[in-house]
Design a binder for this molecule. Structure first.
Ligand code: ADP
Ligand code: MG
Length: 702
């Protein structure tokens, strides 16, 4: 193995030894040379630059100052409250330096009237800036710093006690670079290096740790980030290619029933976006390869109809289709919606959920096995072992984020006759994510996007009110109800403080009951039994109750066209995408719909951006973009499974341009050299192979 040098245990490195090696392993998961080499600093400090005390603002993370110590005082009486305070002064101002610990070490070092170099994070206390536990060093004229930018490494308290603070780790990295610099293999082709004007790999790693200048640091970061994204993309694309070559799919070519459906039953014209994605899906269904496709579209964009049409294609080809939803309520809604069409077309359809009766189940199981039942709609109950199909041709999974990869995989094995290929899979999600990101996160899926809403929808009007204006809002709700509409009022439910949230909800329910004594009100929350929840939900659906007070259980998919007002309480506690999802519960009927965001006056900067964004736009993709920028991708659906977030340097939200470049480059490379067998791609192939084998060292080096 050409890489074995980098698998050398870290204890053999000069300056380490067994004890420190154990500690490095325990504390930072650094086991080998390779691990240490890619233990990159999380930032660099410019130790050539001194700030003027007078120019410090609260926005400065860390500053290096040079000044005279003018005053030293030991303050506080009891041992616990004791602190050492010193004033540092330059020609522009004064800061206070304070120590709460280690006073006995620091105090003797401080001498009034001498010049010191001080490094730390300034904080404003009253009118004067204050630096707690600064690094401090007597200023010596002749001592010049070695490099402009010194690395700051992640470390831990335990390591610091063993002299493995940032500086100590830096020394180890330096020792390592001395013996390994020439051994670091190149991982990109000459062609790519020239095209992007990259510095060589070994130089990039060196500059990443010990940059000569801000410019070389930038070059190093650029190259290493690119490379990180590039190999992830290459791996995903490679997997997709392999899957397409190995998994056959049923060819579902006939569209016999579609004409009947289009001509006689479809109650509206499909949007162009719907037509386009149906074509994309149809192409997959005819390809002979198994389809794994993500269908994303904003709330209300009509994904269900697309799914149903695809199910009809499966049925036209003598196959069966299933639709799996994350909750009973949703499964029920889909069932009721689609049964209407299925009945008219004499297609058998049934529902299977956790609450289906045993006798019902038996019949359903039997009919799925012998192929009499064409469409089954349900919840998790569909992936139970007893459920087997005569010929399952298409699985539709609604609201993907509630289901994991494992559940997707379980559906692959639902055909009794093993000679049948696995079913085609269509995953639907209503959480739009930016397209490039979708390709990355769901790298193993193809992506279709419905980016258009059916014509004639009145855009939802969104308004923001402070809690103090609640009466005004109640007045508005009253008017809407008098006009015959229904209203949702949603409370946040965040698990950590469930009891408190529950109390909020109940208090809210009470005050609403008092404000609207003349109207029947429903309440639905997570602590209710499913039957009770369902009962209340149904009362609202039937327009027996006018107001639905609920937690976010109603977030996903619920469809009550007559409900035209969505009030979101404590809106600042919701993420943007979630707010948008909730808003999507209204605007489903012919009437003008409204979304009202209630917050208190204390809105964070982010909270303000979120409410302003909601008021300004209804476009889910635009909202997703902003959400990504605000929160980073960690909270986006599917990210956990993708491995894409396992990044050392790159940041999906901030580095979108590099990410796109890397993606494009990987695509072009595989187009040109699908097996990576050309001689100029030998480095890339070698590296990809070790990444795929999960070769720890080299997956990290990428
Ligand atoms: P989502 O994409 O959020 O799942 P749905 O599939 O629930 O949206 O569709 C929302 C509503 O829009 C449904 O009542 C559906 O019948 C209707 N709908 C779907 N497609 C069209 C269309 N092309 N024109 C008009 N209404 C449509
Ligand atoms: Mg839906």
């Amino acid at each position: 193995m050409q890489n074995s040098f980098f698998d050398t245990k870290i204890e053999y490195l000069k300056g380490v030894g067994t004890q420190k090696a154990n500690l490095l392993g325990l504390e930072l998961q650094l086991f080998t040379y390779g691990d240490l080499l890619t233990h990159y600093p999380f930032r660099h400090e410019d130790r050539t630059k001194f700030y003027d005390i007078g120019e410090i603002t609260e926005d400065y993370p860390y500053v290096q100052l040079k000044g005279k110590i003018t005053d030293i005082q030991l303050l506080g009486s009891s041992d616990k409250k004791k602190r050492l305070s010193a004033k540092l002064e330059d020609s522009t101002g004064i800061v206070e330096l304070v120590w709460f610990q280690g006073i006995q070490w620091v105090q003797p070092k401080l001498k009034r009237g001498y010049e010191y170099i001080v490094f730390g994070k300034p904080q404003l206390f009253g009118k004067i800036f204050n630096i707690a536990h600064p690094e401090i060093e007597l200023f010596l004229e002749h001592k010049t710093p070695e490099t402009a930018l010194s690395p700051v490494y992640p470390s831990t308290v335990k390591l610091q006690k063993r002299f493995l603070d940032s500086k100590g780790i830096g020394i180890l990295v330096k020792n390592l670079l001395e013996i390994c610099y020439d051994k670091i293999p190149e991982t990109l082709s000459n062609e790519l290096i020239e095209k992007y004007k990259f510095i060589p790999k070994n130089e990039a790693i060196k500059q990443m740790h010990f940059p000569k200048s801000p410019k070389t640091l930038h070059q190093a970061v650029r190259r290493l980030k690119f490379e990180e994204f590039f190999f992830i993309q290459l791996k995903l694309l490679w997997q997709k290619t392999v899957r397409k070559h190995t998994h056959q799919g049923q060819i579902l070519k006939s569209t016999a029933i579609l004409t009947d459906f289009y001509n006689n039953h479809l109650p509206f014209d499909l949007t162009n976006a719907q037509k386009r994605v149906i074509k994309e899906i149809y192409k997959d269904l005819c390809s002979g390869k198994q389809m794994n496709r993500l269908l994303q579209g904003d709330v209300g964009s009509g994904k269900t109809m697309v799914a149903f049409i695809c199910m009809l294609i499966a049925i036209a080809n003598d196959a069966q289709a299933c639709l799996m939803a994350p909750t009973e309520i949703l499964a029920d809604q889909h069932y009721k919606g689609l049964k209407e069409y299925a009945d008219k077309m004499k297609i058998t359809i049934a529902k299977l959920t956790g609450s289906s009766k045993t006798s019902e189940r038996k019949v359903i199981h039997e009919m799925l096995r012998n192929g009499d039942l064409k469409i089954i709609i349900g919840t998790h109950a569909l992936i139970e072992e007893e459920v087997m199909f005569h010929n399952l041709g298409l699985c539709v999974i609604d609201e993907q984020h509630r289901f994991g990869v494992a559940q997707r995989a379980a559906l692959w094995k639902k055909n009794e006759r093993k000679e049948l290929p696995p079913p085609h899979v269509l995953v639907m999600t209503a959480t739009p994510i930016p397209r490039t990101l979708a390709m990355t996160l769901y790298g193993d899926l193809d992506v279709s996007t419905i980016d258009e809403l059916p014509a004639g929808r009145k855009p939802i009007q969104t308004m923001h009110f402070y809690d103090a204006n609640r009466l005004k809002v109640f007045g508005f709700l009253k008017k809407q109800i008098e006009l015959g509409r229904q209203v949702y009022i949603v409370y946040p439910l965040i698990e950590e403080s469930e009891a408190l949230d529950y109390k909020n909800l109940m208090d809210g329910f009470e005050s609403i009951s008092r404000a609207f004594p003349e109207y029947p009100i429903s309440i639905v929350h997570g602590q209710m039994k499913p039957q009770d929840k369902d009962f209340e939900m149904q009362r609202f659906v039937k327009n027996e109750t006018k107001i639905m007070v609920a937690t976010t259980v109603i977030e996903v998919g619920v469809n009550v066209p007559n409900a035209s007002v969505m009030v979101i309480e404590d809106a600042q506690r919701f993420g943007l995408s979630q707010l948008h999802q909730l808003r999507g519960r209204v605007g489903r009927g012919a009437e003008q719909s409204y979304c009202i965001l209630m917050t208190n006056y204390k809105l964070s900067k982010e909270g303000k951006i979120r409410t302003e964004t909601m008021v300004r736009t209804n476009n889910g993709f635009e909202i997703a973009d902003i959400d990504l920028k605000l929160r980073g991708p960690g909270d986006l659906d599917g990210t956990q499974q993708s491995g894409v977030l396992d990044l050392r340097l790159g940041d999906i939200a901030k580095d979108q341009i590099i990410l796109q470049e890397a993606r494009k480059t990987a695509e072009e490379l595989l187009d040109k050299d699908p097996n990576l067998s050309l001689p100029e791609n030998v480095f890339i192939k070698r590296h990809l192979t070790s990444v795929q084998q999960g070769g720890k060292v080299w997956s990290r080096i990428s």
